[in-house]
Design a protein around this ligand. Structure first.
Ligand SMILES: Cc1ncc(COP(=O)(O)O)c(C=O)c1O
Length: 384
């Protein structure tokens, strides 16, 4: 099998992650609750995950990182915390995943104006377009830090500079662990992450960083292990946003994954993944009738997620041919990102997405390019 679906979830997980999950599952402990030794040990592990994520996001204070089941929950919670209502306005990129687009649509139904800023012909967002659309009612800018379809990186810091004091919410699902993010704490207001993609952790882990001074409000309240004498839910981070027992074994895996990433170096991971994307794109573009969505070869303003459209072949037929003929796992369709496909001109048919991870090899990238050339060279009879 050649697994090229790392944008959906990374695979394989480092062995240390699997071991950490298993160890935590065997331990008799609920973190932050009981006072016995294994419970303290579990609390320390959760704190290690918090510190690791804070370092990888470059946000400074780990106590301002609250865990959640995934980035989708985190985005919903971050938006809820801002208390947006009728008369308020939100700007986003048009490269959003449904995990932000659908909550924004819901807010729209409740009277919040939402404008999605389209990318330029190169598939990239222009910070000046955000500045131009700014009004006194603009309360928030939402950005997918890297498109899960085209791989295009958002010029996030430049957008923040362009919009001044307006808070920026970043969806780092495709950048955390894959792109060095050492400076987010200096300017990003709300940073949402998921643990199971570039962070190389288990599913069921994610969360958000809330910058000092940015309002937050829990989507759920309940047991927190702190202030147990009170019926009021804690109002301090991270407890305020972490009602209920933690995903202890998931977070143990995430802690191990963060150690792995910090030990390996995210810069090294990015360099390797970009090299694979380059090899793949160079090879794929030799296939007749093939187009790449978003930044092409030689453009570093991307992550290693590359979606292609092959003339005369549906995205799902292409994915099936890749799997059946070559054992290559990709993802076809709209990738939960209809707005992106609309902007890229690949709606409603979608595209076939190849997403490279740290454990992929040059040979695999070459094989994927060759497979596309061979499939493109076959006679078309309505399918691949
Ligand atoms: C850019 C982006 N945002 C959000 C998500 C949602 O992630 P999760 O399902 O972990 O919440 C994904 C992945 O599916 C994504 O690629």
């Amino acid at each position: 099998m050649i697994y090229l679906d790392n944008a959906a979830t990374s695979w394989p997980k480092p062995e240390v992650v699997i071991e950490a999950v298993e160890r935590a599952l065997r331990a008799p402990a609920s973190p932050g609750r009981s006072g016995h030794r294994p419970a303290h040990e579990a609390s320390r592990t959760v704190h290690r995950a918090r510190k690791g994520v804070a370092r990888l996001l470059g946000v400074g204070d780990p106590e301002r990182v609250a865990f959640a089941p995934n980035v989708t929950w985190a985005v919903n919670e971050a938006l809820w915390g801002l208390g947006l209502g009728p008369g308020d306005r939100v700007l986003s990129g048009a490269l959003e995943h449904n995990s932000t687009a659908r909550p924004l649509r819901l807010l729209e139904a409740r009277g919040v104006a939402w404008e999605a800023v389209p990318p330029g012909p190169d598939g990239l967002l222009d910070p000046e377009e955000f500045r131009r659309r700014l009004t006194p009612e603009t309360r928030l800018v939402v950005l997918n830090h890297a498109s899960n379809v085209t791989g295009a990186l958002a010029p996030a810091k430049a957008v923040k500079d362009a919009v001044g004091g307006v808070p920026v919410l970043l969806d780092t699902a495709q950048t955390a662990g894959a792109v060095p993010l050492d400076d987010l704490g200096g300017w990003a207001d709300l940073v949402c992450f998921t643990g199971h993609k570039g962070l190389l952790g288990p599913t069921g882990t994610g969360g958000l960083y809330v910058r000092e001074g940015v309002p937050f409000r829990p989507l759920a309240v309940g047991g927190s292990g702190s202030r147990s004498e009170s019926l009021e839910h804690p109002d301090f981070l991270p407890d305020a946003l972490e009602a209920g027992t933690q995903n202890t074994h998931g977070l143990a895996g995430l802690a191990a994954a963060c150690d792995f990433l910090l030990g390996t170096g995210v810069g090294r991971i990015r360099a390797h993944e970009l090299e694979l994307a380059e090899i793949f794109m160079e090879g794929a573009l030799k296939a007749p009738g093939l187009a790449i969505l978003g930044p092409g070869p030689g453009d570093p303003r991307r992550v290693a997620t590359v979606s292609v459209v092959l003339e005369g072949v549906s995205s799902s037929d292409l994915a099936r041919s890749l799997e059946e003929g070559y054992g290559i796992m990709t993802r076809a369709g709209l990738h939960c990102a209809p707005l992106t496909h609309q902007a890229a001109g690949s709606f409603p048919g979608g595209a076939t997405r190849f997403s490279f991870g740290f454990f992929n090899t040059r040979e695999e990238a070459e094989t994927a390019g060759r497979a596309l050339r061979e499939i493109a060279g076959r006679p078309r009879r309505g399918g691949a």
